[in-house]
Design a protein around this ligand. Structure first.
Ligand SMILES: [Zn+2]
Length: 140
């Protein structure tokens, strides 16, 4: 059983806990993730059953596409979550986790859409779009 981990936005008006295993982080370089983060998204994910909002006074949801929403803090602007309709997990911006995460950035998706001002230089996988199984999270 995974230990409980916590995370928050910058100002503290959104706090969450995860009680199950975190997926390794995936870098998403799609146009939406670039806009919302200012660079690219490094997103982990957890089953919704293992996710609890412990403070949500600042939480806002923005419907960024027909089938997905992005959660952010309306007070401090932190990028926090991505959730697709009908899926049983929530993607979490890895930088919002407190302390040691125990995960790694394992690869990158939507590399075809990445900015021209940086290189992807780690040895993780690189896909031009979605992962092969189409269920990576972190975009849309
Ligand atoms: Zn905040």
């Amino acid at each position: 059983m995974a230990e409980t981990k916590a995370g928050s936005c910058l100002c503290g008006e959104v706090h969450y806990q995860v009680s199950g295993p975190l997926r390794n982080a995936i870098g998403c370089h799609c146009g939406q993730c670039r806009k919302t983060t200012g660079h690219y998204m490094a997103a982990t994910a957890v089953d919704l059953a293992d996710f609890t909002l412990t403070r949500d006074s600042g939480l806002k949801w923005y419907r960024s596409s027909d089938n997905a929403q992005r959660g952010f803090c309306g007070t401090c602007g932190s990028t926090l979550f991505w959730r697709a309709d009908g899926r049983d997990y929530i993607a979490i911006a890895a930088g919002t986790l407190d302390g040691e995460t125990g995960i790694r950035l394992e690869g990158h998706i939507f590399c075809a859409d990445k900015g021209d001002y940086y290189d992807i230089s780690d040895d993780g996988y690189r896909y031009p779009g979605w992962l092969a199984d189409g269920d990576a999270g972190g975009t849309g």
